[in-house]
Design a binder for this molecule. Structure first.
Ligand code: ATP
Length: 951
């Protein structure tokens, strides 16, 4: 019914153009109500009034039908604003709607108003063609007969409802067409004193009362038929639009990424506006067309039957006026075009400047005034054009009104003569005038029907283009993965070449060879724009390589169903998209079957986001929009979403690039945890050292090829492409540890045969590989043993003579502790934060907590200082390798330290070999213990494997 209302509102607006017209016109207007201009109301005598003066012109509207037909054929199917408004109440929000609100007097019930509407419509089309429309990416060919056939085929499922509705419409139209005839007879009844045979006055042999009763009955039937047809056509329209929208969206989401990139805006316009136009075309417009055709036929025939002479006179008077109107209309149309263009520019400016991102920039740069000026310019140019248009429209309406009134005068003069000569009766003249109005309205409606039909066909073609489009990468093509292939999960790129379809000839990948085994963690690094994300896109089958092959579990991915392949993968992008809904919905998104709350909770915990989710007002059930979480939170929710799918391969594309240090730390912690578990292949694309470090293998992409591959230590050497890429980051990182290095170098000088740890690359690895080990996967980590040594007789290693403060191999904890070179009692907050980051621990933010931590760490610091102050230490080498020694004082200190430790930790995680005085902690144990006993965690030092023997 809403659509019916909109349709009525569109078709009839108060005839303000008739204000001030001559009295005879006002009188005739009353009898001319319900004339064809408002076909929806033709069955009612109490329909909105319609200026009859304008109707004679409509006799020649037919001359323009052909022109309209031709112009419609070439018309861009992008709808005018009025159509958009009719199609959808929301369409007001479409910023690039090419049509401006009408400033003309609202008078669409007359034929001239129809002409003007038509001009506005064609102007809007022209404006669309001029680029102020939504801008379709794909051009649609002019509609053909098969297009039209197909358009009506859409109405197929609603055939019965439509036929029933149309039949009712014909009934109501027929009744309304009898009205002028009946009125003429009634007038004759009252104006004649006796019937021709001198008998009692009758109408078709019936008394007036019977005729009146019959007319009431007929009108009631007409009204009922009208209501029925309106309901039927509306219902059919709603259902047709519903079905088309579902089909369109269903096919749109199956398309390949490339298509979505370039057609996004266009698809939305097809889904919202075009579907409505199509629905209207095959329902109301069809109904209106039928009614209009019937009206023209019936009115024309009846007019000729009543008075052929008067009818021919009408035909002779109006054409010259119509020709003038057409020329004037063209001028108006050009003006309207310019207005549309200016409105388009204004809309674009507003849209560009007021979107949330741009708004922040405008505010930050205090650019409100310059923006206001820019916008004012646009608005002023529109106002200028509209002023011109206002004058032009005023004269246009005045002119058409004048011509219309003159036509009526001619008609009345000649008609009156005929009446006085007794050729026709007063009733006949009245009927003729009314049929003239009907004919005019009918012709105008036919014109608008053909235009709407053409628009419907155009919109239909665009809709069909969407419905019929076959994706380049078909979702139903391929086979499922075998269990063996799933288990293998080996990813292999073989000589992969790639260029984006939109940029043929621009090579992005130029022979990439890369193999990633199941459970491996690989960081793909390279300069900006080198093609890192493109590699992920190829694995996800957003695109297919131009040459070469990609296999998963040994099977070429082009042989596998895209959905089966994507089931194995999960991706976290740089700027993850969250959807409106609850946190639960967002984490569960894409998991099939829907995960339980427990599974979602687990995923959230793994992704380090459970803590903040718990703090949300409704926890997992809190509603969040696309941007209602911080960047770090969004990123972690996206990781949780990826993990919830239990993928075999996790693709992280710059997953921490937009984060601050604290959020990055949390995200990295999640990633490291996942890598450590080692059951998911993790393929990271990253720039940041902190992220890259967590990977077992680093692969460098340069010039479209893999140029280096290896561990961080292996690649971090002078002259390597990797060093070139992230050298500056390493330098920065080193600065934080410069105190350590200086200290180490100082000690190196004291011990001439010192190890190479002091060399630049050695120093670097001292820090970096330590962190690397934090993220090593399970087995490897368990093999690593950490231990302290106490004093005792020892031999000096022949290969490395070391101060115990200089570890034989890079360490991840002691080295950092030594950075507290000062003699101060405790660690500074910065040092503590650094240590925490190294140990993947969360640094408290509360000052009280920090103070507590400082106090707690004081003892540890003291221990370290004691170690560093010990002037000369014995070094020895046992069967397993070189270990550093500390003297008895240190051991005592350590004992004291450990005595204070958490009893549980001592029992479970710290073993003390009394004889050797060796304390051992495995990495895993240390990590676990670290959560409770930071001191125990920090003071351990990596040995060379003696721990195995201890175990
Ligand atoms: N959809 C696309 N259509 C056309 N060209 C594209 C498209 N996406 C990316 N490109 C181009 O392909 C090249 C590689 O892009 P890609 O996003 O893979 O680089 P990247 O290494 O991930 O860059 P960054 O590190 O800056 O994110 C770039 O030159 C880019 O301009």
């Amino acid at each position: 019914m809403m659509q019916l209302h909109r349709s009525l509102a569109r078709k009839w607006t108060p005839p303000s153009a008739c204000r001030g017209c001559i009295a005879v016109e006002a009188e005739l207007t009353d009898v001319g109500r319900a004339a064809g201009g408002n076909s929806s109301n033709t069955s009612s005598l109490f329909s909105p009034p319609k200026p009859l003066y304008s109707e004679p012109m409509s006799l020649f509207a037919g001359q323009r039908i052909l022109a309209r037909w031709n112009s419609s054929k070439a018309a861009d199917p992008i709808p005018s604003k009025s159509d958009a408004a009719k199609a959808s109440p929301d369409s007001k929000s479409q910023p690039d709607s090419p049509v401006k609100p009408s400033t003309a007097p609202a008078s669409s019930s007359g034929i001239f108003a129809k002409v003007r509407d038509a001009l506005l419509k064609s102007a809007s089309k022209a404006a669309s063609r001029n680029g102020t429309g939504s801008g379709s990416e794909e051009t649609v060919a002019p509609p053909t007969y098969p297009d039209m056939k197909r358009l009506f085929s859409l109405a197929g499922p609603e055939r019965k409802t439509l036929v029933f509705g149309l039949c009712l419409l014909l009934v109501s139209a027929s009744i309304s067409l009898l009205v002028p005839f009946a009125i003429g007879k009634v007038i004759d009844f009252f104006t004649s004193s006796q019937d021709e045979k001198g008998g009692e006055k009758t109408i078709f042999g019936l008394g007036f009362k019977s005729v009146a009763a019959l007319m009431v009955f007929v009108f009631a039937t007409g009204a009922a038929a009208r209501a029925g047809s309106s309901i039927m056509l509306n219902l059919a329209g709603v259902r047709i639009v519903q079905a088309i929208r579902q089909r369109c969206f269903g096919n749109a989401v199956k398309q390949e990424v490339e298509w979505a990139d370039k057609s996004h805006g266009d698809v939305i316009s097809r889904l919202s506006v075009d579907t409505s136009i199509v629905g209207d075309a095959v329902t109301y417009e069809l109904g209106d067309g039928l009614r209009a055709g019937l009206t023209v036929l019936f009115s024309g025939t009846t007019m000729f039957l009543i008075s052929p002479a008067l009818t021919l006179l009408m035909m002779a008077v109006v054409p010259p006026a119509a020709i003038g109107a057409v020329f004037y209309g063209r001028y108006l149309r050009d003006l309207t075009n310019k207005v549309q263009e200016a409105v388009g520019q204004m809309t674009r400016t507003a849209e560009e400047r007021l979107n949330s991102q741009a708004f922040r920039t405008v505010t930050a740069f205090n650019a409100q005034r310059s923006e206001q000026r820019r916008f004012d310019e646009k608005v002023n140019s529109i106002a200028k054009l509209e002023t011109k248009e206002t004058y032009a429209t005023g004269f246009f309406y005045a002119g058409t009104g004048f011509v219309g009134n003159c036509s009526i005068l001619v008609l009345l003069t000649y008609g009156g003569t005929l009446v006085s000569r007794g050729v026709i009766t007063v009733g006949d003249l009245t009927s003729l005038l009314m049929y003239t109005a009907y004919l005019g309205g009918g012709l105008a409606n036919l014109t608008s029907f053909f235009a709407s039909l053409m628009k419907g066909v155009g919109a239909g073609a665009r809709v069909f283009q969407l419905v019929d489009r076959e994706s380049e990468i078909k979702l139903d093509q391929g086979r499922d993965l075998t269990e063996a292939e799933k288990r293998s999960a080996r990813i292999e790129f073989k000589n992969v070449h790639f260029e984006y379809p939109s940029r043929p000839g621009v090579k992005v990948l130029d022979g990439v060879d890369l193999t990633i085994e199941r459970g491996e963690s690989v960081a793909l690094v390279g300069g900006s724009g080198v093609g890192k994300s493109s590699v992920h896109s190829l694995l996800l089958r957003y695109y297919d390589p131009t040459h070469g092959s990609i296999t998963y579990g040994g099977a070429p991915i082009t042989d596998i169903l895209p959905a089966a392949l994507r089931d194995q993968l999960a991706v976290v992008t740089q700027d993850p998209i969250l959807f409106a809904g609850t946190v639960f919905d967002n984490i569960a998104y894409g998991s099939d079957p829907t995960p339980s709350r427990q599974q979602v909770e687990e995923a959230a915990k793994m992704a380090n986001c459970w803590e903040f989710i718990e703090q949300l007002p409704k926890g997992l059930d809190t509603e969040i929009g696309a941007r209602q979480l911080s960047g770090g939170q969004r990123q972690r929710v996206a990781i949780a979403r990826a993990l919830c799918r239990r993928p075999k391969v996790l693709l992280l594309d710059e997953a921490t690039s937009a984060l601050d240090a604290a959020s990055e730390h949390l995200v990295n912690q999640s990633i490291s945890e996942i890598i450590r578990k080692g059951d998911i292949t993790v393929w990271i694309v990253a720039h940041r050292l902190s992220t890259i470090r967590s990977a077992q293998r680093i692969v460098v992409l340069k010039g479209g090829k893999i140029v280096e591959s290896g561990s961080f230590e292996a690649l971090d050497k002078p002259g390597s492409a990797f060093r070139q890429l992230i050298g500056s980051q390493i330098e920065r990182d080193d600065e934080g540890a410069s105190e350590v290095v200086e200290d180490v170098e100082q000690q190196q000088r004291e011990i001439p045969s010192s190890v190479s740890a002091a060399s630049p690359s050695g120093r670097r690895s001292l820090h970096t590989s330590a962190r690397q080990r934090q993220s090593n996967s399970g087995e490897k980590a368990r093999d690593e043993q950490l231990h302290f040594v106490s004093s005792g007789p020892a031999s000096i290693s022949s290969s490395s003579c070391r101060h115990p403060a200089i570890p034989s191999k890079p360490t991840w904890s002691v080295t950092s502790l030594l950075s507290s070179a000062s003699e101060d009692e405790g660690f500074t907050t910065a040092q503590l934060a650094h240590l925490h980051k190294l140990c993947a621990l969360e640094m408290p933010t509360d000052p009280e907590e920090v103070q507590k931590l400082k106090d707690e760490m004081r003892e540890t610091k003291r221990l370290i200082d004691v170690v560093r102050r010990t002037p000369k230490l014995d070094l020895r080498e046992d069967e397993e390798g070189t270990v550093g020694l500390v003297d008895g004082r240190v051991r005592d200190e350590m004992r004291h330290e450990y005595e204070e430790m958490d009893q549980e930790v001592e029992r479970q995680e710290v073993k003390i070999d009394e004889e050797e005085g060796t304390r051992i902690l495995s990495t895993d144990e240390a990590l676990k213990g670290a959560k409770r006993t930071r001191r125990g965690f920090f003071v351990v030092e990596k040995g060379a494997g003696g721990a195995k023997e201890e175990e």
